[in-house]
Structures are given as C-alpha cells and as structure tokens.
Design a protein around this ligand. Sequence first.
Ligand code: HEC
Length: 114
Amino acid sequence: MKQLYWLLCLVFLPLQSQAVDLANGEKLNRSCAMCHGMYVQGAPRPYSPRMAGIDKDYLVKATKEYRDDLRTEITMAYATGHRLMTDRDIEDVSAYMAQVDHLRGVHPIARHTR
Ligand code: HEC
C-alpha cells in the first residue's frame, strides 16, 4: 500500500508543479498589450485580434506556432520576444490572457486578490 502511495505521488507531482504563474503572465503581457490592448481586447481588423477570454489551450497552440515559425505575423515577430519564449512562458501568458475580463476591464490578478 505504501508503495502505491509513493507511486501516485511520483505520478502527480509533475502535474502539481505545472500550476500557471499569472504574475509572470502579467509581466509578459506588457509586451503584447501595445497591439492586443491593455485588456487583451484587440483592435478591429486588420489589426490585432482579441484574446481575452479565449480558450487558453488555443492561445498556447497559436503562440507556439508563431514562435516555431509555423505561423507568421511579421510585426509581432519584431515587437515581442516571443521567439525566445519558453513553453512555460507561453502557458503563463496564455493563462493570463484567457482570464482577462475585457468587458468589465478586470485583470486576473486583480480579480484574485479582491
Ligand atoms: C506589433 C503588434 C503585436 C504584438 C506586440 C503582439 N501581437 Fe499577437 N498578433 C498581432 C496581429 C496583427 C495578429 C493577427 C495576425 C493574423 O491575423 O494573421 C496577432 C495574432 C496573435 C495570435 C493569434 C490569435 C488567433 O486567434 O489566431 C496570438 C495567439 C497572439 N497574437 C499572441 C501574442 C502574444 C502572446 C503576444 C505577446 C508576447 C503578442 N501576440 C504580441 C500583433 C501583435
């Protein structure tokens, strides 16, 4: 029984350490905000799309595609350091964006500390 407990700990430990770091997401989002907006609300076409409230996994996938040159947005490539972003950074900034309430203008960290 004890072995089973330790085995389960080993299996779940990596999952626990995957918790997103919203403070890091907030910091990274500062370089995205000049185009995507302070509340990630975006701007009308052909400018930058809204990403506030969009599914986090979608944002992770899309941002990795930009980083890995599977998608290209030339202005974004030059204006941000997203080419240098780690998987961890992309998870954090995407989680942050996904949780912004752009309609009420509330950032996730403010919401969590209220
Ligand atoms: C210089 C302006 C600019 C900056 C800065 C910028 N973006 Fe973008 N981003 C764009 C534009 C323009 C598009 C739309 C590209 C298109 O339609 O092909 C876009 C699209 C995206 C998309 C795809 C959305 C979708 O629905 O497909 C993601 C994800 C994204 N940006 C993430 C980021 C992240 C994360 C940052 C900050 C690290 C960032 N962007 C910074 C201009 C910018």
